[in-house]
Design a protein around this ligand. Structure first.
Ligand SMILES: Nc1ncnc2c1ncn2[C@@H]1O[C@H](COP(=O)(O)OP(=O)(O)OP(=O)(O)O)[C@@H](O)[C@H]1O
Length: 148
């Protein structure tokens, strides 16, 4: 089954949004396969955002990500990468629809609360980076009530 990497950024942790965000993914029917609260250092954050290293906001983005603990998660489910991005909402909160996490809880692009992998390939790379020991292997007993 498809997996994605979701990270609650330092502002999401500081603002007490961890439970709310986890709840939205759980209620949708996705399964939590990895979870840790972790503060990352600059080289690690630079590696995670390596694709954006040429962007003018890169160093500010890295400062933001290392400014406090983040909640790193693996979520699993059918189409979880694309659906996870829909649950999160557009990158710029001024364009994120109400009902999405960023639409409901964020105002500025540089404080947009949460990250989600943008493709199955990025998810694979990000899960390998953040969870070198891989996901936790379990299946929800609700599986048959979510999938036909
Ligand atoms: N113009 C900008 N100014 C400041 N920060 C930005 C800007 N554009 C993007 N960012 C930050 O960089 C992150 C990564 O940008 P990207 O274009 O990959 O968007 P995304 O894929 O929606 O976000 P994420 O990778 O965090 O899920 C954004 O979530 C945001 O925090």
């Amino acid at each position: 089954m498809e997996q994605t990497f979701i990270m609650i950024k330092p502002d999401g942790v500081q603002r007490g949004l961890v439970g709310e965000i986890i709840s939205r993914f759980e209620k949708k029917g996705f399964s939590l396969k990895g979870l840790k609260l972790i503060t990352v250092d600059r080289p690690f954050a630079e590696k995670h955002y390596a694709d954006l290293s040429a962007k003018p906001f890169f160093s500010g983005l890295v400062d933001y990500i290392i400014s406090g603990p983040v909640v790193a998660m693996i979520w699993e489910g059918k189409n979880v990468v694309v659906t996870g991005r829909k649950i999160i909402g557009a990158t710029n909160p001024s364009e994120s629809a109400p009902g999405t996490i960023r639409g409901d809880f964020a105002v500025e692009i540089g404080r947009n609360v949460i990250h989600g992998s943008d493709s199955v390939e990025s998810a694979r790379k990000e899960i390998a980076l953040w969870f070198p020991d891989g996901p936790v292997n379990w299946e929800s007993s609700l599986h048959h009530w979510v999938y036909e």
